[in-house]
Design a protein around this ligand. Structure first.
Ligand SMILES: Nc1nc2c([nH]c(=O)n2[C@H]2C[C@H](O)[C@@H](COP(=O)(O)OP(=O)(O)OP(=O)(O)O)O2)c(=O)[nH]1
Length: 161
């Protein structure tokens, strides 16, 4: 299964989203993130992706695990995503070839321009809750053109780290 991360940077009831310029989910809003590289921990990947995609430095220890999502496609495990959040960063968000960054108030998060499943878990992650979830997609690759057909979510997970 492909292993990936997302990292939500939060400040004053706002979240730093990106409009993704390439790759899976291109054209949609998301948090910065991407696939793990060899030898990397999920937290290291999350911090690296924030730097690469929007140019912010996140202190490694400040990225808190907030979720673990599993996406199946046509009955097979496809991608798992470790979700982090942090309130600490250095720098100013920069546009990069991968992303247009944008601070968005929690109440204005554009769920109609995001992955279908995000509306079910991201509001809770922004509130400070934790989530473990599986989302079943059907319709063949790529995942971002498949349909969300079932879901199973549990909140208040204690991620031991
Ligand atoms: N919010 C959200 N993100 C998702 C969902 N499904 C899914 O794969 N993602 C994220 C996890 C990863 O951050 C990203 C997929 O990795 P990617 O394919 O974009 O990675 P990438 O090529 O842009 O980046 P890289 O690893 O090559 O640097 O999409 C979803 O349903 N909701």
């Amino acid at each position: 299964m492909i292993e990936s991360t997302l990292c939500f940077v939060l400040e004053d009831e706002q979240v730093l989203l990106i409009e993704k310029r390439r790759g899976l989910g291109e054209g949609w809003y998301n948090g910065p993130g991407g696939k793990l590289e060899d030898g990397e921990t999920p937290r290291e990947c999350a911090v690296r992706e924030v730097k690469e995609e929007v140019g912010l430095e996140i202190p490694l220890g400040s990225a808190e695990k907030a979720g673990h999502l599993t996406f199946t496609l046509d009955g097979e495990d496809h991608i798992e995503t470790h979700v982090f959040r942090t309130w600490k960063y250095h720098g100013t968000p920069q546009t990069t070839p991968e992303a247009y960054p944008e601070w968005v108030a929690f109440e204005d998060v554009p769920y109609d321009r995001m992955w279908d499943d995000d509306q079910y878990w991201l509001p809770k992650v922004l509130e400070g809750d934790t989530v473990e979830a599986t989302f079943e997609f059907k319709g063949g690759e790529p995942l971002d053109e498949a349909d969300l057909v079932a879901q199973d979510l549990e909140f208040g997970i204690d991620f031991e780290e």
